[in-house]
Write a new protein. Sequence first.
Length: 538
Amino acid sequence: MKLRLFLSVVVVAAAASFLFPVFAQHEQHQAGSPEKLGKVDFRTSCAPEVQEQFNRAVGLLHSFWYEMAAAEFASVAQKDPSCGMAFWGIAMTHYHPLWEPPSLSALQQGLAAVEQAKKAGAKTQRERDYIAAIENFYKDFERQSTATRAAAYEQAMERLHASYPDDREATVFYALALLGTAAASPPDKSYARQKKAGSLAEELFRLQPDHPGLAHYIIHSYDYPALADRAAEAARQYARIAPDSPHALHMPTHIFTRLGMWQESISSNLAAAAAARKHGVTGEELHALDYAVYGYLQRGEDQKAREIAENLPKLSGPSASQFAGLYAAASIPARYALERRRWAEAAALPEPDSTYPGGRVAWTQANVHFARGLGAARNGNVEGAAKAVERLSSLQEELRSANDSYWTGQIEIQKEMIGAWVALAEKNPQEALRRMKLAADREDATDKHPVTPGVVIPARELLGDMLLELGQPEKAVAEFEAVLRGAPNRFNALYGAAKAADLAGDRAKARTFFEKLIQIAPQGERAELREARAYRVG
C-alpha cells in the first residue's frame, strides 16, 4: 500500500499531465513507425519484461526530457515494484545538472525517490552503487550547497566508473556528472572538467554512434568558443540519432551558433520548435525560437525574426523547461530591439507580466529591464535608465537570497553597461569608457549559460560602439575583432569592424569585413548591408 501511495505522489508531482500522453505516444510508436530516441542498453536486475521500457526512459533522460522520463520510470516501477533502479531513474529526473539548480520541491521529491529505491531493494552491488551515488546529491540539501553536492555526486560516479569499467552507462553518467560540477562551480577557463567529459564521451561515441547521451554531452562539453569545433561532428549526428526528441533537434545549434553557422542553426531550431509544439513542451519551443531569432538577426533577416517575436507561444503551468521558456519570452523582444540598435524601441519594451514568478528564476526577466535601461541611456534619458537599474538591483537581491552568484554577476555587468552610457550622456567620456571596459572584462571572465545563444548585446561590442562615437576608430577595430574571435560572424561586430577600419583609413580591412557581412547575410535588407554593398562597388 505504501509503495502504491508513493508511486501516485511521485507520478503526480514529477510527471503531472505528461503521464498519459507518454504512454499513449509509446503505444502509438509501437503500432506505427518506430520511435527514434537513440539506442541505450542499460542492463538491470529488474524484470526482463520492463528492460526495453527502462532503456527508453534512460534515453529520454539523456535527452533531458525529464517529465517524459519520470513518467516512464514510474511506469516501470508500477510494473515491477522491486525494481530499485526505476526509482533511481525518478531521482535522476529531478537533478538537471546543466540547467538551473533544483527547487526545494524537486530536492524533496528526489530524496524521496532515493529512499524508495533503497527500500525496493536493488539486487546487485552495481545497482546499489548507482543509487548511493545520486543520494550524494540529495542528502543534506538543507545544509550543503548545490556545488558541494554536485561535487560529491561526481566523486561517487568516478568511483562507480572505475569499479565497473565494462559498464558504458557508468562512463556516460560520469561524463555528465563532470559537466554538472563544472556548471555549479566558478568559471575555469582551462575547461579541465569539460575536456575530460568530452574525451570520455568521444571514446565511447566511436563504439556507440547511436547513443543519444554521448552526442549530447560532447556538445555540452565543447559549448565554448575555444572548443566548439571539436563538437561539430556530434552536432551533426545528434538530430539524426534522436529525431523524435525536440531537445536533440535543438542541441546541435549550440555548436552551430558558436561557429556562426546561422542558416544551419535556424533550420535546426525551427524543426526543434515544431517538435516541441507537437509534444506540448512550450519551454523547449521558446528556447529553440530564441536561438532561431538570434540566427535570423545575424543574417539581417529582421522580418522573419519579427514574425517569431510577435507570435510567441504562452507558457502554461510549471515544467522542467519553464525557466528556459521564461528567459526566451523575455529575451526575444529585447534581442530584437537591441540587435537592430533601435534604442527607443528597447526603452519602450513592456515590463514583464505576472507570468514571471521572481525568486530563484528572477534572472529570466533581467534582459527586459536591461534593454529598457540601455535604450533609455542611448537616447539620453537618464531618469529612465536609472529606473531600469533600480529594477535590476531588485532582481539581484532576489538572486542573492537564492545564492545564485552567476546571474547576480551577469546583472551587475548589465548595470555597468547602462551606467557607462549614462556617463557618456552626461558628458563624462572617461568614466563612460572605464565602466564599459570593466563590463567587457567581466563578461569575458564568465561563460554564457546554455539557456542563451548569446547575451542580448555583448559588452565588448558596445565598447567598440562607444569608441567609435568618441572618435577612436583604431581602438574600436580591436574591440570588434575581439568580439568576432569569441562569436564568429556576428552581424554588428562585422559591421562595426568594417566601419571602424574605414574611419581609421584601412580600406582593405574595411572591405574584408564588409564582404564577410554580405556573405553571412545574403538575403538581409538592413541599411548596414546596403552600405556594405555600396562600399564593395566603390
